[in-house]
Ligand binder design. Structure first.
Ligand code: SF4
Length: 232
């Protein structure tokens, strides 16, 4: 199915990919961080299907601005089906909230990966905002792929968009911007693990800065959390 969808839609845009995804995988959810560029995919999906299930992971380590922005975007786009998920084991596993200082992989697994896998259990597919331009490992990203290990269909409607396309779309549709972008954060994750980016740096250089860590662990390979060399 995935190969046929990619072949059929190879010259199509994000809206056609989303519409095809909603037909081919009726029980599909969109996973969003409500970060710097998230509003584009949310807007496209809401236009195609207003009640698309949206999953937002509140790691309880996010910037306050992200929580406010999440509410603003959900209201503005009239998203009717947003689920906010949190880890249910934080009080035991990270009672003082310092796990990220000792073991970022364990912290991401606790606060992001495991809750997301639980939230995705009822779904056969999920929609992501990943794009080819974000890193070398995503350079050949297809619209549709099968997630190794889970068998879920993963849909990447923005795979072929350039950064300029994202900005242009936000401008043309007058979409609200995450307030931290204007403060030097072109990529926004958890507060302890995100720093501003200087001019000329890669947009994702502020994520887990100075650490040998590139993945939050949400994107699986062979069913396991792996580092793929792409900051997500
Ligand atoms: S990004 Fe940092 S704070 Fe957030 S879950 Fe991962 S290690 Fe923890």
């Amino acid at each position: 199915m995935v190969g046929a969808l990619n072949a059929r839609l190879t010259h199509h845009g994000a809206t056609d990919v989303l519409r095809a995804a909603f037909v081919a995988v009726p029980d599909i959810a969109l996973v969003s961080s409500f970060g710097a560029e998230s509003v584009v995919l949310l807007h496209l999906a809401a236009m195609a299907k207003r009640d698309v299930p949206v999953i937002f992971i509140d790691t309880e380590m996010l910037f306050a601005e992200t929580l406010v922005y999440q509410q603003e975007v959900a209201e503005r786009l009239r998203l009717r089906n947003v689920t906010i998920i949190r880890a249910d084991d934080v009080a035991r596993a990270d009672p003082d909230g310092t796990l990220h200082q000792r073991d970022t992989d364990a912290c991401c697994a606790l606060r992001k990966t495991q809750p997301l896998q639980t939230a995705l259990a009822p779904y056969s597919g999920w929609i992501t905002g990943r794009k080819r331009y974000q890193s070398g490992s995503r350079a050949t990203l297809d619209f549709f792929e099968v997630e190794a290990g889970t068998g879920r269909i993963k849909v990447n409607p923005l795979a072929r968009w350039a950064r300029a396309d994202i900005v242009e779309y936000m401008d043309e549709n007058r979409l609200p911007r995450h307030p931290l972008v204007a403060q030097g954060y072109p990529s926004i994750g958890c507060a302890p693990c995100t720093s501003p980016v200087a001019e000329g740096e890669d947009a994702r250089a502020g994520r887990w800065r100075d650490q040998d860590k590139d993945e939050c662990g949400i994107h699986f390979v062979n069913g396991k959390m792996v580092r793929t060399g792409a900051k997500t």
